[in-house]
Design a protein around this ligand. Structure first.
Ligand SMILES: CC(=O)N[C@H]1[C@@H](OP(=O)(O)OP(=O)(O)OC[C@H]2O[C@@H](n3ccc(=O)[nH]c3=O)[C@H](O)[C@@H]2O)O[C@H](CO)[C@H](O)[C@@H]1O
Length: 396
């Protein structure tokens, strides 16, 4: 027998733990995960070159169809319903006020993001039963010569607030869109507080579509102790930034915890169900922990988070992340504190209101900020009203 064959058989036996571990890794990472995850947008296995374009086009088409359906819905409602002045019908001191900040969109107007959000809120509020879960205020910040037609269409159904000509005059010198966006946000925070003195406030951007678990989850979060001492709680973080390998310290802890938990379960299963005699060792445990961690990261943490939707009690609360403010919960009088803080800062490119808010919460003594996972809204805005848009917009 040639010499190399003797060597191989001496050092490499398929029954050895190393060979079995190798086989498991090759099967999992080279066969099973690629087959199961190549179409999953937020997985490392996602075949971007093949699937990104069709998935993005399908998402645009779906959003367009929802927008047109919402347009017909609200056009019909405007004809058939003649409500009292919405300002008379809103409750004072509601438990929850939902403020939707909206401006006219130059691009993507046919998607009617605001109408989609309003229709979803309308149906979720109807499902709440007799006592409404929240009051809704639409804050139309459009100050240009063109009107925000979607907000106009909703005037009979919702309370719509706008700046007076004097207030608009005071803001005429703002040249940066990011500073304008911040001032608009502050205006909406203050207006909601002045009109209703709500017990808690959620501010939604007009392209933040609440998911079906929105109201039960917000209620559950507000019932937790930490909410009382929080400046804001983020209800959305972009899916593409939800990976473990994004430098958020709490995620590394979660990742390690998952690895240890998964390894324990796998060892218990192996020891019960393998016909071979099984000896437990620390290196087995370490290997399995790393294996579970790698599977979770490569398949996509986003999909793991979705398991938490099973019940609002399972939603995780973690330290706030930096990016984006499409859906923010301000418990108690935090909305008015936030407006005061934001007033003291000037926003600019690279230092938009989301970054500024994050820095405020970190630098002010006694203020804390949190994020909830999984997301409570879906971000439907493929076209930004403050940044240049790629043509056509893509999901990643
Ligand atoms: C999904 C996502 O990452 N969204 C973030 C991104 O917004 P986007 O770049 O996606 O912009 P967007 O069009 O969604 O606008 C954000 C919000 O600002 C409002 N608006 C717009 C123009 C204006 O003059 N005044 C005004 O108030 C608009 O109605 C909307 O409620 O960046 C913003 C900061 O710049 C925020 O952090 C958004 O959460």
């Amino acid at each position: 027998m040639p010499r190399w064959r003797t060597c191989t058989s001496k050092h490499f036996r398929w029954s050895s733990p190393v060979a079995q571990g190798l086989l498991l890794c090759v099967l999992t990472f080279g066969v099973i995960l690629p087959i199961c995850c190549h179409r999953l947008l937020y997985s490392y296995y996602f075949l971007k070159t093949v699937y990104l374009d069709p998935l993005s086009d399908a998402a645009l088409q779906k959003s367009y169809a929802r927008g047109q359906e919402a347009l017909h819905f609200w056009e019909a409602a405007a004809f058939t319903k003649s409500l009292k002045d919405p300002l008379e019908t809103v409750a004072k001191n509601p438990d929850l006020l939902i403020t939707v900040v909206t401006s006219r969109r130059a691009e993507g107007r046919d998607y009617h993001y605001l109408l989609q959000v309003a229709q979803q809120l309308h149906s979720l509020l109807k499902a709440c039963g007799e006592k409404p879960c929240a009051e809704v205020m639409l804050c139309d910040v459009e100050s240009g010569p063109s009107l925000n037609e979607d907000a106009l269409l909703l005037e009979k159904q919702f309370l719509v607030v706008r700046r007076s000509p004097d207030e608009r005059w005071q803001n005429r010198d703002v040249t940066s869109i990011f500073e304008k966006e911040k001032r608009d946000y502050v205006y909406c925070l203050r207006k909601g507080w002045d009109l209703m003195r709500p017990k808690n406030v959620v501010v939604l951007e007009d392209d933040a579509l609440p998911l079906t678990d929105f109201f039960p989850s917000v209620k559950n979060i507000l019932s937790r102790r930490f909410a009382l001492n929080t400046l804001y709680i983020k209800l959305y973080h972009p899916e593409r930034l939800q990976r473990y390998w994004n430098p958020e310290p709490y995620r590394i802890l979660e990742w390690m915890g998952l690895g240890l938990f998964g390894a324990t379960i796998l060892l218990l299963l192996f020891s019960h169900y393998t016909p071979l005699s099984f000896t437990f060792s620390a290196s087995h445990f370490l290997f399995l922990a790393l294996y579970v961690m790698a599977v979770a990261e490569l398949a996509g943490r986003h999909y793991l988070l979705e398991i938490r939707r099973f019940s609002p009690q399972l939603y995780a609360v973690c330290p706030a992340t930096e990016c984006c403010t499409p859906a923010m919960l301000y418990p108690g009088n935090a909305s008015i504190r936030t407006a005061e803080y934001l007033d003291q800062v000037v926003c600019a490119q690279g230092n938009a209101k989301d970054m500024v808010l994050y820095k405020i919460a970190r630098s002010r003594p006694g203020e804390k900020a949190h994020s909830v996972e999984p997301n409570l809204i879906k971000h439907i805005g493929a076209y930004s009203s403050v940044r240049t848009n790629p043509n056509p917009p893509r999901l990643l």
